[in-house]
Design a protein around this ligand. Structure first.
Ligand SMILES: NC(=O)c1ccc[n+]([C@@H]2O[C@H](COP(=O)([O-])OP(=O)(O)OC[C@H]3O[C@@H](n4cnc5c(N)ncnc54)[C@H](OP(=O)(O)O)[C@@H]3O)[C@@H](O)[C@H]2O)c1
Length: 220
């Protein structure tokens, strides 16, 4: 696919997994960071894993200008401020994909951390410029599973969003990753369910002393 895949907050563990999966399957990947140096250092690490220079790093602002699809991989409570920092220069046609999941832990088990009925994805959508496209995806696969290129994913990932064109683009981008099936999970408000499914998956990991719980839907 001839488009750049970017990561806003691309120096963290979740971004590492997403970047490696895409770059390993011939996507052009751009790591964004508040520090261009940190972004390039992360890109260098990812390239060392890949064994070739498939990833580059730059400032979040430049990454946004160069990418067609950008995954938002900042801490959940920083997601709104992270996008509004670039609101005035938001590129037309860019599709942002929210990966954030607001969780907290009580007694060792995860709980959904947002109050009220609106998901993190919907809160981010409300902060974007008029007409900007947002989808939600990659909320339910553990970062370390994504980053382990020797492990087949063998699971589904759910894509939600209110723009059919944007959602189709994200479904196509996720289709680049073998052993992952991307499913259309409906409108952006489905993120309310998906974000809570992540809490369930982490809870199952705790209960069964595993690390890689993720979802496979049968019958679809
Ligand atoms: N870990 C998982 O298995 C998993 C699974 C599904 C979803 N998620 C979601 O993925 C997201 C990323 O998780 P993570 O553990 O990778 O996060 P993280 O390492 O804590 O942060 C990722 C990056 O966000 C940037 N950042 C931090 N604060 C920021 C701010 N105020 N403004 C802009 N950028 C900021 C930092 O990059 P720079 O300092 O370089 O700018 C940081 O390296 C989270 O929202 C999480 O809920 C994680």
């Amino acid at each position: 696919m001839d488009m750049n895949v970017g990561l806003l907050g691309g120096t963290g563990v979740e971004a590492r997994g997403i970047a490696l999966r895409f770059a390993a399957n011939n996507a052009k990947v751009i790591i964004g960071s508040r520090s261009a140096e940190r972004a390039q250092a992360a890109a260098d690490q990812y390239n060392a894993v890949l064994g070739r220079p498939a990833v580059c790093g730059t400032s979040n602002a430049e990454m946004l200008a160069l990418s067609a699809v950008v995954f938002l991989t900042v801490p959940p409570e920083q997601a709104v401020s992270a996008v509004t920092a670039y609101r005035d220069q938001w590129p037309r046609g860019l599709v942002l994909v929210d990966v954030t999941v607001p969780l907290m832990f009580r007694g060792g088990y995860p709980e959904y951390a947002r109050e009220g009925s609106v998901s993190n994805s919907e809160a981010i959508a409300a902060a974007l410029p008029e007409g900007a496209a947002l989808a939600g995806a990659f909320k339910t696969i553990p970062a370390h599973v994504l980053a382990d290129l020797d492990e087949e994913l063998n699971c589904d990932e759910f894509v939600c969003g209110d723009s059919p064109e944007a959602k189709d683009k994200v479904l196509a981008v996720l289709g680049m990753i073998p052993t992952l099936r991307a499913l259309d999970a409906g409108p952006l408000r489905s993120a309310r369910i998906l974000e809570q499914m992540t809490a369930l998956a982490i809870g199952l990991n705790r209960r069964y002393r595993k690390k890689g719980a993720r979802y496979r839907v049968v019958g679809v």
